[in-house]
Design a binder for this molecule. Structure first.
Ligand code: HEC
Length: 144
């Protein structure tokens, strides 16, 4: 390998590492639950960007994002049920010592989504606070 190909190889490795933090995760169960959580983050980002005025308020897009969070919350207990481990996972083992509380945290998030009324831009901020509190409540106890 000459010096140029080596440099290209290193550059590609750096790009891949930055773009795909999950690329090192080999366990399919762990990968699926990380992807689910990443999707949660994506939906919150849509709502957050609208709240900050980076994108225009769009009631339809809000509904899609909130409905997606509800579906993901509903799926959470199923995807985390198996105590799969991976060095890159941020899941704490206490999830499987106290799975019923973990499942309740997911249900609590789902219930928040059901209670939200977002009809205009100013409704987004309090809604995000409630959603964020539900995410944090679970992360605080069950995530590294
Ligand atoms: C019932 C518990 C629970 C709830 C509720 C929850 N999370 Fe998580 N979340 C976790 C756990 C556990 C992990 C670590 C998973 C792993 O690494 O194996 C995680 C990981 C994540 C990650 C990192 C994913 C990655 O790239 O590896 C993001 C982003 C995230 N959650 C966002 C959210 C958002 C946003 C919400 C609320 C809308 C939320 N989560 C609600 C338990 C929860």
């Amino acid at each position: 390998m000459n010096r140029t190909t080596l440099a290209i190889g290193i550059a590609l490795a750096l790009v891949a590492g930055g773009a795909l933090a999950h690329s090192g995760v080999k366990n399919a169960t762990v990968l699926a639950r990380m992807e689910l959580m990443k999707d949660m983050g994506r939906q919150m980002k849509v709502l957050g960007r609208m709240d900050k005025g980076f994108i225009n308020f769009d009631a339809g897009a809000v509904q899609v994002a909130v409905a997606r969070i509800a579906v993901l919350a509903e799926k959470t207990p199923t995807l985390f049920e198996a105590p799969a481990q991976d060095p890159n996972s941020e899941a704490l083992p206490v999830i499987w010592d106290d799975f019923s509380t973990f499942a309740q945290e997911a249900q609590a998030l789902e219930m928040v989504t059901a209670r939200l009324t977002i009809v205009q831009q100013i409704d987004l901020h309090p809604a995000l606070k409630q959603l964020g509190a539900a995410c944090k409540s679970c992360h605080g106890r069950f995530r590294k």
